[in-house]
Design a protein around this ligand. Structure first.
Ligand code: PMP
Length: 425
């Protein structure tokens, strides 16, 4: 029986796998991974999935194995030096005054904790989220996920209201200028709040990840913030995909919105552990201490994951990977835009840093083309390149998010494979 058949026999149907013939990855190094048949791929998606810096980064491997050799334990009940050290660094980087950090094991759990805090602090279970958002897969996280294809139940512990602001290029506001778009979204928010009392929080991804690497214009969140402040509503910035310099110009995604920040709560996860399970939430002591009973996470912040996070963060900062994301990401964006101009199925190439989306349509129309996206994914794989896909109700945006150590040569190599794949449509 193949591994795929065995997988299907024991794993739920709704656990998504890429590719007609799914890949079993067995090894990684730098920006490359290898499958069980020994085929090598340039990894243009692992940067979001797990690997912020590089696969098998020696600094991280060493830190993990040294810590594992000394002590593998939970994060709680006893003092935990690696956790305190990473919390100190994350608190300082967050920009949030008097910050406290609570570590979890995933982005879902980080957002879940942020919702627990915000709803307790405001004594309300009403929250605002953006249309087309993705925030995770727990009961509360799917309840703030506007992207319905990732929201598998209509039941909810929260009362969620969805506002415009995530998707710029489609929908009723698509024809508006930046300023008009912001004004329309703010009017939408004000309108909702006019009919609602005591909303706890607004949660937003500065750039929507699963939704197809899309965002409102810079300054949108600052305009939202003004309204939220008037109502005492907390702002949660979900930095699970945008954090740690990926967007190039900024360390956190919210910083593209200038006067908006810092947010009241910030959540992070994915690549900071470079593959080890780290998530977390940062908030001021006042908001964080809104809970009045004990709460722990057995493994959130466990010493081995924290050792990985510390080594990974040090590498990221010491090697200015944010700057690399800006430089190499800028070149890659330019190159893909040039290719996109000559491929009729490409509607838009957009992005910031090493977070680039290529939106596909049926040529000559505005109709999303998920089959084309799947075909490009397959063709890129055949050419030795792994990419992702995402985007709203139909999955028609190619997502490119390599590890932040990507070199110019690798960017060019990947762009050439992608060009071939797009031309094969
Ligand atoms: N928030 C965002 C913005 C995400 O992209 C994701 C994962 N795709 C999550 C939260 C959930 O993270 P995890 O899968 O680690 O639970």
């Amino acid at each position: 029986m193949s591994l795929l058949d065995r997988h299907r026999a024991v794993v739920p149907d709704w656990v998504a796998l890429y590719y007609r013939d799914p890949i079993e990855l067995v090894r990684g190094e730098g920006r490359h991974v290898w499958d069980a048949d020994g085929r090598k791929y340039l990894d243009f998606f692992g940067g979001i999935l797990t690997t912020m810096t590089a696969h098998a980064l020696p600094e991280v491997t060493k830190a993990v194995s040294e810590q594992a050799g000394r002590m593998i334990h939970s994060s709680t009940l006893y003092l935990n030096r690696p956790m305190v050290e990473l919390a100190e660094r994350v608190a300082a980087l967050s920009g949030i005054p008097d910050a406290r950090v609570f570590f979890t094991t995933s982005g879902t759990e980080a957002n879940d904790t942020a919702l627990l805090l915000a709803t307790a602090y405001r004594r309300s279970n009403q929250v605002l989220a953006l249309r087309n958002s993705y925030h995770g897969r727990s009961f509360s996280a799917v309840s703030i996920t506007g992207n319905r294809s990732w929201s598998p139940t209509s039941l909810s512990p929260l009362q969620t209201l969805y506002v415009h602001g995530g998707v710029r290029t489609r929908g009723p506001y698509a024809h508006l200028s930046d300023g008009e778009f912001i004004a329309a979204c703010v009017a939408d928010l004000e309108d909702l709040l006019g009919h609602t009392r005591e909303v706890a929080a607004l949660i937003a991804e500065p750039v929507q990840g699963v939704g197809g690497f899309t965002s409102g214009p810079d300054g949108l969140l600052a305009a939202f913030r003004e309204v939220l402040d008037r109502h005492g509503i907390l702002w949660i910035s979900d930095e699970v995909q945008t954090g740690w310099g990926r967007t190039g110009d900024h360390f956190w995604g919210w910083q593209a919105h200038g006067a908006a920040g810092p947010p009241d709560l910030l959540t992070f996860a994915k690549g900071i552990g470079n593959g080890m399970s780290i998530g977390g939430v940062v908030a001021s002591a006042e908001v964080m201490n809104a809970l009045d009973a004990n709460s722990i996470s057995t493994f959130g912040g466990s010493p081995v994951t924290m050792a990985a996070g510390l080594a990974n963060l040090s590498y990221l900062l010491e090697n200015d990977l944010q700057g690399n994301a800006r430089r190499v990401g800028g070149l890659l964006l330019e190159r893909l835009r040039a290719i996109g101009m000559t491929v009729p199925a490409v509607r838009e190439v957009r992005g910031r840093g090493l977070m680039i989306g290529v939106e596909l349509v049926r040529p000559g129309t505005e109709d999303a083309d998920p089959e084309a996206a799947s075909a490009v994914l397959e063709a890129a794989r055949a050419g030795g390149l792994l990419i992702g896909k995402g985007g709203g109700h139909s999955t028609s945006v190619l997502r490119i998010a390599p590890p932040l150590t990507l070199t110019v040569a690798e960017a060019e190599e990947g762009a050439a494979v992608l060009e071939q794949a797009l031309r094969s449509l």
